[in-house]
Design a protein around this ligand. Structure first.
Ligand code: SAM
Length: 308
């Protein structure tokens, strides 16, 4: 199927599914979008059904996220079901705390790769950010993911002023040593992280980017991935993810989202244009109605930051 485009000529290449918003960490910057009970979360069959519809619109990649996706007891079944639809890519964004338990089974049922969120290699800073003492668990999980052949493994590091901005070199060395790609992520506003929080902790990634462009052996731009820059340095790889006030981020956004209670979320930064889909499955509507809902989700897409 040819990939469908929205009204801004952006192809819809990937679907990011928040399969739960429950989490076993309590990160100081996290959204904690209105908690829903596990019994109200989408079932593996409902997730499968929506992925199937998305495939018919030409979606090529599925990413599972959360909350913490590996906290769901049926995570292996979910991945297995999606995998049977033969997407080009299935990935998970995880905090890594449960990867030692699940990496092997997930790889076996079709997971291709993982992004692991890790902001620090210092155990006290880790406890400060997540309120848990799981740093060693996460490190073991990272190595397990590599060992079972999930590839590429990426580390998501949210940079915060006065907390971890001085750890970029150490984290990059850790990543380089293990063949991991490092993604440096700009801290953005969320419900738990208001103006005051942002002005205290927001770290402008431009300074780091300038430095990286001076020392990089090569630089690439990821065209369909929000125009992100990739820096190749000394055999290692760093990617920069800046979404605040970034018109390129929006112009090149090819991702649609699904909330844990089964609504299509056309834009990362908006919550006022969600479109029901799981409730339509639960009411027994047929595939054509579900397709109409999916199409509405695409129609509702509008860049949050538009070029003036
Ligand atoms: N629990 C999983 C994890 O830790 O990767 C998946 C969910 S988590 C919300 C997904 C990613 O969003 C993580 O890499 C996290 O660091 C990032 N994130 C959460 N809140 C953020 C914020 N306010 N600004 C930037 N990134 C944020």
């Amino acid at each position: 199927m040819k990939t469908i485009k929205d009204h801004y000529n952006r192809p819809i290449i990937s679907l990011r599914i928040t399969i739960t918003n429950r989490c076993n960490l309590n990160c100081l910057y996290c959204h904690h979008d209105g908690m829903i009970k596990s019994k109200d979360e989408m079932t593996p069959d409902e997730i499968y059904e929506i992925c199937k519809i998305s495939k018919e619109f030409g979606v090529k990649k599925i990413r599972l996220s959360g909350g913490e996706p590996l906290i769901r007891k049926d995570i292996v079944e979910i991945v297995e079901k999606i995998s049977s639809l033969d997407f080009d890519d299935i990935s998970i964004t995880t905090n890594g705390t449960l990867l030692t338990d699940y990496a092997k089974q997930l790889k076996k049922v079709g997971l291709k790769r993982v992004n692991i969120s890790l902001d620090t290699l210092d155990s006290e800073t880790y406890k400060f950010i997540t309120k848990k003492d799981y740093l060693n668990k996460v490190k073991k999980g990272i190595l397990k993911a590599i060992n079972v052949g999930l590839f590429p493994v990426k580390i998501n590091m949210v940079l915060m002023k006065g907390i971890n901005e001085n750890e970029v070199n150490d984290m990059f060395e850790f990543c380089r040593k293990h063949g991991i790609i490092l993604q440096l992520i700009e801290l953005v506003e969320s419900e738990n992280c208001d103006d005051k929080f942002i002005s205290k902790y927001h770290y402008n990634l431009n300074t780091i980017e300038e430095h990286l462009s001076e020392i990089a052996d090569n630089i690439e731009t990821r065209k369909f991935m929000q125009d992100r820059k990739k820096y190749f340095i000394n055999g290692g790889e760093i990617e920069i993810v800046k979404s605040m006030d970034n018109t390129d981020f929006c112009k090149n956004c090819t991702r649609i989202r699904l909330t844990p209670d089964g609504k299509i979320k056309p834009c990362l930064l908006r919550n006022n244009n969600l479109v029901e889909i799981v409730s339509y499955i639960r009411k027994g509507n047929d595939e054509n109605v579900l397709k109409d809902q999916f199409r509405k989700g695409i129609t509702n897409r509008k860049p949050y930051y538009l070029e003036k």
